[in-house]
Write a protein that binds this ligand. Structure first.
Ligand code: PBG
Length: 337
């Protein structure tokens, strides 16, 4: 027998003991579900995102009734899927009061007033260039994304969402100064209680592929590296956080999540604001594919990934696994009681 007075394993000896010393928890309260909505009549499964669907408006409302009412998911984040015919260089469909997102917000708030309805604010699903902002074609070839003109367009889009009843808007474009411009415009129009969750540190990541497939929103030319952040940087994320906080953001977001846990942790040290992390489409698909191959247990691997995001310091997680995770959590609760 070793003479060991300190044996950390004592705190791991059974389920109850492990529960007592657990430092990080995951609950449905922490989950935000990104959802895709289109003007069609059918609910279409999305091949690139197994388990996710391009919802019709009635399908969206019914699914949200289940997610909110039965599974306790507090918030959904809406993305509009628009046909190519509606995509223009200036992405003007983004602020059409009768656009698919605006109609979805109205339908959800009418049926489920307690659900937090959040929307993505950026032009890419509506832009014929597949860029988040207003594009200028350069004389020598190539394109430039115009910052200040884009911010004006984002303001119109955000106001149309607020007008339709959105609880929270979420600019995902990474233009400079957009949080202040959105806050000012919302306040001037009387939407003082509409929250802003800013994509504070959104990286130019290769893990957005399945999402772009779902929306048909991949850039037609160029990339997004003049506005989304360089994956090599973390101090720059803190600079963005400081700006968004000053400009009036209510919640800061880091995206992607599991590859950027250090960024979440650094941000946690520097702000008192809540932090969200977006477990993006590529992160989700990696887990799904590995689970489908039989080499990873889907539930265990997904829970571990999401708990690691919480442990790094995120208060809430946007994830395509939200409904499934909420079901697993409810099952666990039933098996304990
Ligand atoms: C676009 C937007 C993107 C995502 C959310 N909003 C893609 C992009 O920037 O190209 C990615 C989400 C995901 O991959 O799950 N403004």
């Amino acid at each position: 027998m070793m003479k060991l007075s300190i044996r950390p394993r004592r705190n791991r000896k059974n389920v109850a003991m492990r529960g007592m010393v657990r430092e990080t928890t995951l609950s449905a309260d922490n989950l935000i579900y990104p959802m895709f909505v289109h003007a069609g009549q059918e609910d279409e499964p999305i091949e690139a995102l197994p388990g996710c669907v391009r919802w019709s408006l009635p399908g969206l409302v019914e699914e949200c009734r289940r997610l909110h009412g039965e599974l306790g998911i507090p918030c959904v984040d809406l993305f509009g899927v628009v046909p190519t015919a509606l995509k223009t260089p200036d992405g003007a469909e983004a602020h059409n009061p009768q656009g698919v997102v605006q109609r979805a917000i109205r339908a959800l708030k009418a049926e489920l007033p307690g659900l937090v309805v959040m929307t993505d604010v950026a032009l890419d699903p509506y832009s014929s260039y597949g860029q988040d902002g207003i594009v200028r074609e350069l004389p020598g070839g190539g394109i430039e994304i115009l910052n200040d003109e884009t911010v004006e367009a984002l303001v119109l889009q955000a106001l149309s969402h607020a007008e339709a009843g959105a609880d929270m808007i979420s600019p995902s474009d990474m233009m400079d100064g957009r949080v202040a411009a959105l806050r000012t415009a919302l306040d001037e129009q009387g939407y003082t209680s509409v929250s802003i969750m800013s994509y504070t540190a959104k990286y130019a990541s290769s893990f957005y592929g399945p999402f772009r497939g779902a929306l048909g929103s991949a850039p037609k030319t160029g990339d997004k590296k003049t506005y989304q952040m360089d994956p090599s940087n973390v101090r720059e994320a803190l600079r963005e956080a400081m700006l968004d906080e000053h400009e009036g953001a209510d919640i800061l977001m880091v995206k992607p999540a599991t590859l950027y846990l250090d960024v979440i942790a650094a941000m946690r040290e520097h702000t008192q604001l809540p932090i969200a992390a977006y477990h993006v489409s590529g992160e989700y698909l990696m887990l799904k594919s590995a689970a489908a191959s039989g080499w990873l247990d889907e539930k265990d691997a997904t829970m571990e990934a999401l708990v690691s995001i919480r442990r790094a310091g995120a208060d809430m997680i946007l994830t395509y696994a939200a409904p499934q995770v909420a079901e697993w959590l409810a099952e666990e609760k039933r098996s304990i009681t």
